[in-house]
Design a protein around this ligand. Structure first.
Ligand code: IVH
Length: 677
């Protein structure tokens, strides 16, 4: 063993890197955990004593690095597309036919078939063989920088061996894959939460996604994630097929799912899909189908992409998992809008990784249509991350004394009358003060996607509403007047009330669009709230707008516009909003700084052809936001034509007139940098 700390650090790093690969990628360790820990501790000690010698890809850099995530936007080098789905044999054969028809006759088509891992995709960029950026998919064009968190995933190499490449440029490449959480890890974390009485995570996919977006990488490291890689992108690679790339990824030290095959015909593909479907329950991770990719890159190029998915690949979705159980009861729940929805109370049954005791029955019509009755034996289904649902009744097993379900005549919570709006399947409670609605609205207001008030969950809201502390969400900001009284209630305790009041104060800084979402205007989800907030900038302006003006906002339709106008014509709501204003919530967004000089300001643009990253309307709106003009026809006054795929006569005209032309890529680059200003 060497005494030179520089050499020893290098040696230890190499050794640990090797053992990380054996353990996390190959699942075939050569040394015991204890032996590994000893090497690790020695490296940690040497690095502490010689901080100037720490290697950038040291195995100790994975956890607890003080580098926080920045979540800066990352423009993907190539868009991260999604896949078209097929659900049965016929659709799969259609896919094959379309592929063949689009290729020159007589070409031999091969497919690579891989599991579709139920996680979230990430892009990993390497420069000079070193991992430099890890990013989420985001909207496919721009993702979020989660490098520090990605580094905590032990099976992702922080660096790769340069001897794998023939030229230096090959050390610059991108790998894509699916980050996921193993079922056992997920269950373990949920068990811990259950013991502490905390809310359970819904499924491994959501938890993996939440974990990858934690601010502090040390927290991410505590919830171990895994990855399967399936994509290798390089400008200089000589590889010709996906199959070669999968092999190369393994060689570079990346983790590749071993359950893949190269198939010579669609029949072979189908057979392999069936094999994979049979094996799915025995896997330690969740999959939701199979991905089928045309193997040859030359073929992939010829096939190209439409809108957001490539024509050279598709997903074959597995059938949702079903189980048979008894419907013990039907209960009716009242939501924040007053909608009364039926819920199936089931004899608990284990299905696809969790025990299910409740399922949705959607609405009364659905119950009638399927003739679902209390006491029936039913088939339930769980697909992806959707709530389980009752699919059908096993009529042969129906008892003698069952009765068809009747529609609710009164609200099951407050006993008020109910009504059913025309063209709607749901019944509604007509009492806006109904406790269930009040609780639902407050819950929504405080929820994660809205004001995100930590410590104000369902059970505390229930208690506060029942005790009369909360009647509306505005009352949340009056709780601090009752601080002493609340602290004297035994089951809460001083500390938790302090924490709660603190997070209530903090919520006052939430941006305007979150507030707009939180106040619960019907049909205004998080996305619509953001669009409205961006457009109108202040609540004041939105309140003054009429339906017509609101529908002018990109992707805002009549139903939303009508609902917004209705909301602000209700005296009770106006009162609430004015209370929120008084409490100091953000009812104004940041004024757009159009005055800032940017590429688009005072220039005129014509959009033509199909953009793969966004709709033309959106592009136009973003140009306008930057002080540019988007016009429909090309003239000599046009500054630039933005040419998407299959741009036609407008592009020709621009060329004739000598008007500047931007490709989609150039446009995006300029757009994103201008929007950052
Ligand atoms: S290929 C255009 N391969 O499925 C190519 N994707 O709907 C798309 N996914 O966003 C990526 N396993 O998150 C590919 N073996 C696999 C995959 C896979 C899971 C996910 C990925 C992607 C989504 C596409």
């Amino acid at each position: 063993m060497t005494n030179d700390p520089r050499k020893r650090i290098q040696q230890l790093s190499d050794e640990l890197k090797y053992h990380d690969h054996r353990y996390y990628v190959l699942s075939d360790p050569e040394i015991t955990d204890l032996e590994y820990d000893m090497l690790y501790k020695e490296l940690e000690r040497l690095e502490r004593e010689n901080p100037e010698l720490v290697l950038p890809d040291s195995p100790t850099r994975r956890v607890g690095s003080d580098l926080e995530n920045e979540f800066k936007p990352v423009l993907h080098n190539y868009p991260m597309l999604s896949l078209a789905n097929t659900y049965n044999e016929e659709e799969l054969f259609d896919f094959d036919r379309r592929v063949r028809e689009s290729l020159p006759p007589g070409e031999k088509v091969e497919y690579v078939v891989e599991y579709k891992i139920d996680g979230l995709s990430v892009s990993l960029r390497y420069q000079n063989c070193m991992l430099v950026t890890g990013a989420t998919r985001g909207d496919g064009v721009t993702g979020e920088d989660v490098t520090a968190n990605v580094k905590t995933i032990r099976s992702i190499p922080l660096s790769v061996d340069s001897s794998n490449f023939s030229s230096e440029a090959d050390g610059n490449f991108e790998v894509r894959g699916e980050v996921y959480m193993e079922k056992a890890v997920f269950e373990g974390l949920n068990l811990e939460r259950q013991k502490k009485g905390e809310k359970l995570f819904a499924n491994p996919r959501n938890l993996a996604s939440g974990t990858l977006k934690l601010l502090n990488p040390a927290d991410t490291a505590k919830r171990p994630l895994q990855i399967f890689t399936y994509y290798y992108l390089s400008n200089v690679s000589s590889h010709k097929t996906q199959h070669e790339n999968l092999k190369f990824l393994s060689k570079l030290g990346f983790r590749v799912n071993p359950n893949h095959a190269l198939c010579n015909s669609i029949q072979e593909v189908l057979n392999f899909c069936k094999e994979l479907e049979e094996k799915r329950d025995n896997l330690p991770y969740e999959v939701d189908g199979v991905v089928i990719k045309v193997n040859s890159f030359r073929h992939q190029e010829l096939l190209g992409s439409i809108a957001k998915s490539p024509r050279w690949a598709c997903a074959f979705k597995f059938k949702a998992k079903q189980a048979k159980t008894r419907l013990n009861d039907i209960t009716w729940q009242v939501g924040r809008t007053g909608a009364i929805t039926p819920v199936a109370e089931l004899e608990p049954v284990f299905l696809a990784g969790s025990t299910i005791s409740r399922a949705t029955l959607h609405n009364f019509d659905e119950i009638t249509k399927k003739d679902i009755r209390r006491g029936d034996t039913v088939i339930i289904e769980k697909g992806g991350d959707v709530i389980p649902k009752v699919v059908s009744v096993v009529i042969e097993e129906r008892g003698a004394n069952t009765k068809p379900e009747t529609a609710p005549l009164t609200c099951p919570v407050c006993g008020s009358g109910v009504f059913r709006p025309e063209n709607e399947a749901a019944y509604y409670c007509e009492n806006g003060e109904c406790a269930a609605q009040v609780k639902g609205r407050i819950e929504h207001f405080a929820s994660r996607g809205a004001m995100d008030i930590e410590g104000l969950g369902t059970s505390i809201i229930d208690q506060f509403v029942d005790a009369g502390y909360l009647k509306t969400y505005a009352d949340i900001y009056r709780l601090k007047e009752k601080e002493r009284e609340l602290k004297s209630i035994e089951r809460f305790g001083e500390k938790s009330i302090d924490n709660l009041l603190n997070s209530i104060e903090l919520s006052k800084n939430k941006p305007f669009h979150k507030v707009l979402f939180a106040i619960g205007i019907r049909y205004v989800g998080a996305g619509a709230a953001k669009k409205l907030a961006d457009h109108f900038v202040s609540l004041e302006r939105l309140m003054q707008a009429g339906e017509a003006e609101i529908t002018e906002v990109y992707e805002i339709g009549e139903a939303i516009a009508r609902s917004v106008v209705k909301f602000f014509s209700d005296g009770h709501n106006l009162h609430l909003v004015s209370d929120l204003r008084e409490f100091g919530l953000q009812l104004e967004g940041e004024q757009r700084k159009v005055a800032v000089d940017n590429f688009f300001k005072n220039k005129s643009f014509v959009l033509t052809g199909t953009l793969s990253s966004m709709k033309r309307e959106e592009a136009a709106e973003r140009i306008t936001n930057l002080g540019g003009k988007s016009v429909s026809s090309v003239s000599k006054n046009t500054d630039f034509v933005i040419a998407g795929e299959s741009a036609g006569s407008k592009l020709d005209k621009a060329q004739k007139l000598g008007v500047g032309i931007l490709t989609e890529e150039e446009f995006l680059e300029k757009l994103l940098s201008a929007e950052k200003l």
